[in-house]
Write a protein of this length. Sequence first.
Length: 236
Amino acid sequence: MNKYIQYCAKLCSLAVISLLFAGKAHAWGPIGHRVIGEIASNHLSEKAKKGVASLIGRETLAMISNWPDFIKSDTTNKYNHTSKWHYVDFTGNISRAEFEKELRAMKGENLYTQLLSMSQQLKNPSISKEKKVEALKWLVHLVGDLHQPLHVGRDEDQGGNKIQIFWFDRPSNLHRLWDEHLIEFQQYSYTEYTKILDIAPATQVKSYQAGTIIDWLYESHILSDKVYARTRTRKN
Ligand SMILES: [Zn+2]
């Protein structure tokens, strides 16, 4: 698990309540997202720090990182269209070339299209501050989701949501195991987790930061293949 969250640390340059949404969990629980936000804060350039502060003042990336999950409870249905933004599903065990082909052939909004969109909005000088604050909240959150392997898992089982498992003696599903159970098992606070995980040497951080969004997505997808391969499903 620790090794897994370390993958999240690679996103430092860019700046997990798993909700059951219509029976489908969509995100790291709050701790996972805060850890990723905090690690990102630790590695921002001076310019990026200023840019973030100009948008969210004294708030931190950890503090804003769960907002895209909180809005799922909005009773006005204003954000219903964003439920597909938290993940992007593929076929299992595919090559990088096949992965990119599937990604290019996808229609509609997903984790990848929205990461691009939020990045563009943050760079666009003609967009309001209010919109940019929202884009930053999405960016921090989606970069976190991208590093939960089952957010880049398989379409056939809704990223592990349809795979029933037991976590100790409690019935659960594979997606939720990765969103919450594994993280909560350690009983660390998000600041403790951050200290434990944010240990990559500078050269390693640099190589993480050099990756593209597609590099990160494919890496998560490969990890999801390993998760699926090692999962024994629950027999009811
Ligand atoms: Zn999410």
